[in-house]
Write a protein that binds this ligand. Structure first.
Ligand code: HEC
Ligand code: HEC
Ligand code: HEC
Ligand code: HEC
Length: 396
């Protein structure tokens, strides 16, 4: 009897030790497997990089002056999240030498290849050097044209804010460094409606915008913008709107705010059409009516529409990928689209109204300990969590 009890006790003890050992080793095993998958992606990415990218970006991603920027630079890797790097590779940058690589865009690379390149580029980060930006300073004048065409609708003509927050306030400008401003413009804040400009604007253009925004800080001293900003929206309204519609959507004249059209027109071609008109059509020559600066500002306005459309497509793509993530990771518990199932209805209007985007992101990242709600940090990237938040909030 006594011996049986001791044997039973020993057996339970052994079992307990086995379970404990399993619990201790299992996360390590999963982690090791994840690490192995990541290493395989990095190796594949390295091969692809050698074959496709070194000609312009250099063997170590150090860049080629005058041809392509460094990718192996702390400044770039800190500012650009995985999604931005992915989209830059997949879509390229219109108007620069950077080609589009995704099969969907007529390029040679599959989705797994692009993910592998992102993993490879990311693997530089721990040892990446601080490479000073090749674009020193930036041009506030170019930045002002770009701003007037691309940012005014949301941030106001003088940065006083509108849908987006004020950018000209001393509190903002004094508390944020250039790196922060660059980073917000590059990444955007998808869940709040700030588009991801890093995938449509070039690095130089973002530098120009930062220089222009910084100009407001010194605005008290009259040194900065020598010329007042051309109110290009007013120029368009006064001269072009009757035929081309208030937002270039067309009317009597053709629609101008069409990416299919603008993608095919060079700046020179648009300038020529406005300057010389189209003889034999109602599109007259504007040479005598408008200054060269005003015509340049109009070209930039059209480019702004083109970029806004590209940024909207990018936002839509991020949201549709959020829908896919939700279906794969969350719908099992929260029901299709988050309408409720085993777990909470996430679409309750009163819940969404009472919960900020930050709170939503925090719940998703850290989970609800003690409930079935897992922590997704580490399994989903910050970009993916931000996209899920935007998706739950209806993509506003
Ligand atoms: C469709 C509207 C929209 C457009 C267009 C837009 N923004 Fe924004 N922007 C926002 C919103 C909304 C926020 C606030 C995000 C948040 O609350 O975190 C924001 C935030 C910012 C911030 C950070 C402000 C802060 O207080 O941290 C900067 C800088 C900025 N935008 C610059 C730009 C620039 C430069 C452009 C043009 C290339 C631009 N934005 C175009 C909506 C927009
Ligand atoms: C023909 C030359 C060329 C090739 C080949 C090329 N790139 Fe680029 N790439 C550029 C240029 C030029 C830019 C800068 C675009 C701009 O002005 O913003 C760029 C920008 C980038 C950026 C954004 C960098 C930044 O600072 O914004 C990434 C990421 C990138 N390239 C990745 C790649 C990858 C990965 C490959 C290979 C699959 C590749 N590139 C092949 C020319 C090239
Ligand atoms: C009286 C009407 C009218 C006004 C005003 C007008 N346009 Fe046009 N515009 C047209 C018509 C019609 C066409 C198409 C011409 C053709 O068939 O080639 C056109 C063509 C264009 C095109 C070329 C589009 C393409 O398909 O290549 C551009 C760019 C353009 N206009 C810009 C402007 C700008 C900028 C202004 C203001 C400064 C302006 N237009 C004012 C009627 C007008
Ligand atoms: C294994 C089931 C399960 C999965 C998978 C799951 N959740 Fe949850 N989630 C829950 C449960 C249960 C709760 C309620 C926890 C509580 O009682 O506070 C919850 C709560 C939440 C909340 C807070 C809701 C509220 O009313 O406070 C959010 C937001 C949320 N989940 C988002 C997500 C997202 C996004 C995903 C996918 C990335 C996800 N969940 C995946 C089970 C799950």
């Amino acid at each position: 009897m006594e011996r049986k009890m001791v044997a039973g006790l020993l057996l339970s003890l052994l079992l307990a030790i086995l379970v404990l050992a399993y619990l201790l080793l299992e996360p390590g095993r999963i982690q090791a497997a994840a690490e192995q998958i990541r290493e395989r992606a990095v190796t594949h990415g390295r091969d692809l990089f050698r074959a496709n990218c070194t000609a312009c970006h250099g063997p170590e991603g150090e860049g080629t002056p005058g041809l392509a920027p460094p990718l192996n630079a702390q400044g770039f890797l800190e500012v650009a999240g995985d999604r931005v790097i992915h989209d830059l590779i997949a879509n390229g940058k219109a108007g620069t030498a950077m080609p589009a690589w995704a099969e969907d865009n007529g390029g040679p690379l599959r989705e797994v290849d692009i993910a592998a390149l992102v993993a490879f580029i990311r693997s530089w980060q721990p040892t990446a050097p601080e490479i000073p930006s090749q674009t020193t300073g930036g041009s506030p004048a170019r930045g002002s044209r770009l701003y007037a065409a691309t940012c005014v609708v949301c941030h106001g003509p003088n940065g006083e804010g509108n849908i987006g927050p004020a950018l000209n306030s001393p509190q903002f400008l004094e508390s944020r460094n250039d790196q922060y401003i660059r980073s917000v413009i590059t990444e955007g804040v998808l869940s709040k409606g700030m588009p991801t400009w890093g995938v449509v604007l070039t690095a130089d253009q973002i530098t120009d915008l930062v220089a222009f925004i910084r100009g407001w800080q010194a605005a008290a001293t009259p040194a900065l913008p020598a010329k007042p900003l051309i109110d290009v929206a007013a120029v368009f309204a006064a001269n072009c709107q009757v035929c081309h519609g208030a937002n270039g959507q067309g009317g009597f004249g053709p629609a101008l705010a069409r990416p299919e059209l603008l993608d095919t027109l060079t700046d020179a071609a648009i300038t020529a059409t406005i300057t010389d008109g189209r003889p034999g059509t109602p599109m007259r020559s504007w040479q005598d009516a408008l200054s060269a600066e005003e015509i340049a500002a109009l070209v930039e306005l059209l480019r702004g529409w083109q970029r806004a459309a590209a940024a909207r497509t990018d936002t839509a793509a991020a949201l549709s990928s959020a829908a896919a993530i939700f279906a794969a990771r969350c719908a099992a518990c929260h029901g299709p689209g988050g309408s409720g199932g085993f777990a909470t209805d996430l679409r309750r209007p009163e819940y969404l109204a009472a919960t900020t985007a930050e709170e939503l992101a925090a719940v998703i990242a850290t989970g609800r300990p003690g409930t079935a709600m897992p922590a997704w940090q580490g399994r989903l990237s910050p970009e993916e969590i931000a996209a899920l938040v935007a998706y739950l909030r209806g993509g506003e």
